[in-house]
Design a protein around this ligand. Structure first.
Ligand SMILES: Nc1ncnc2c1ncn2[C@@H]1O[C@H](COP(=O)(O)OP(=O)(O)O)[C@@H](O)[C@H]1O
Ligand SMILES: [Mg+2]
Length: 371
């Protein structure tokens, strides 16, 4: 199944004067699982609908494989039903008066498939989505998760090379959502289709995707592999949006002494080292410290006071007063921290993020140690 990559070139969508999507450039690779991620209202659904052909861009070009399906300049706009795309929306509606079999067969009948081929395909889809034993049931006789699987089976039955999904799991309860995540991953592997998946849930995007496109207020912030967003966020917004519990931000004064870069705050001094030859040239820097990079250690050179602790069983999140700031740390295991307790802390020797306090852009990654 080639030809199922998607290219957006300078795509914008305006509603009146406001941009829902602004100058978006994306190269979505064939067979990828690409997520459009970002807070509510950032333009995810609009982007997906423009790819589908359900929304007309104000500007730009959209390509599916080597076929131009939209161009504002050339006046090309291929209708949705001729773009070879499957959709799955949040409010998927199954036909209540049709069985699982009939719901899945419906699209194939519309496409004038032969009866025997339809039967084979529906059975194949039911096996893939573990629905075989429910094939003669009506939607009202199925659980939410089973209904969701029927909706997916119905969409996949026509064998779309591209599958667009808009928050398809958001109506399911937490446990089911986790089950459906593994299901979607399995489906992606077995269908070899290109998945474009809209979600505002960063954990979902991180867990499922090969690539994440993170947007904020109509503008793309970063388009990278999930772990690149996590480890090398392009700016403070990305760093803060990805990861749970959230990253700590803490500002320091920067001084150069004997070719060393010294960071100072609240009477504490650190020697900073940046990766790949990056340098701190400003007088101030914002350091991003992931909770797992702030280590609780009895003999740590930093001292802190426990504000509160959240034991989740497998790990414990601790809120700590340190260097005049409240910082989050994550500790493996169920450790009983008491509010007011004094603890020692140290910083991991890699993986800190240094941001420009003015532009909020990433300067580089590296580490800093107390001196
Ligand atoms: N049909 C419309 N008319 C006017 N404004 C719209 C319309 N659809 C979306 N918008 C606006 O465009 C922005 C992006 O919306 P949307 O793409 O739905 O965001 P998301 O899916 O990320 O929550 C929002 O500010 C929204 O209010
Ligand atoms: Mg939306």
């Amino acid at each position: 199944m080639g030809n199922n990559n998607i290219t957006l070139k300078h795509v914008s969508k305006q509603f009146g004067k406001t941009y829902a999507v602004k100058d978006l450039n994306l190269e979505i690779p064939a067979n990828s699982f690409t997520s459009l991620l970002g807070p509510s209202g950032c333009g995810k659904t609009t982007t997906l609908r423009m790819i589908a052909g359900l929304e007309t861009p104000t500007e730009g070009e959209i390509w599916i494989g080597d076929r131009m399906v939209f161009s504002a300049k050339e006046g090309i706009d291929v209708p949705a039903n001729q773009r070879g795309i499957g959709f799955l929306f949040q409010n998927y509606a199954l036909w209540p008066h049709m069985t699982v079999y009939q719901n899945i067969a419906f699209g194939l009948e519309t496409m004038k498939w032969k009866k025997q081929d339809i039967k084979g395909r529906v059975e194949e889809m039911c096996a893939l989505l573990q629905l075989t034993e429910y094939i003669d049931r009506y939607p009202g006789e199925l659980s939410g998760g089973q209904q969701q699987r029927v909706a997916i089976a119905r969409t996949l039955a026509t064998n779309p090379a591209i599958l667009l999904m808009d928050e398809p799991l958001s109506n399911l309860d937490a446990k089911l959502r986790l089950d459906m995540r593994s299901e979607l991953k399995r489906l992606h592997t077995s269908t070899k289709a290109t998945f474009v998946y809209v979600t505002h849930d960063q954990m979902e995007a991180m867990a499922l995707s090969t690539d994440v496109c993170l947007m904020k207020m109509a503008v793309l912030q970063q388009y990278d592999a999930p772990l690149t967003l996590y480890g090398r966020p392009a700016n403070k917004f990305v760093a803060n949006f990805v990861g749970n519990p959230a990253i700590n931000f803490i500002d320091f004064d920067v001084r150069k002494e004997d070719r060393q870069t010294i960071l100072e705050r609240d009477g504490h001094r650190f020697s900073a080292r940046l990766d790949d030859g990056a340098t701190l040239s400003g007088a101030r820097v914002t350091v991003g410290i992931r909770p797992e990079s702030l280590l609780v250690k009895a003999d740590g050179a930093l001292r802190g006071t426990v504000v509160s602790a959240f034991p989740y069983g497998m790990e414990t999140t601790v809120l700590i007063q340190c260097m005049g700031s409240e910082l989050r740390s994550v500790v493996f295991g169920s450790i009983d921290f008491r509010p007011g307790q004094e603890i020692g802390l140290s910083l991991a020797d890699t993986g800190l993020c240094f941001f420009d306090p003015e532009t909020e852009a990433l300067i580089g990654t590296g580490d800093m140690q107390p001196i």
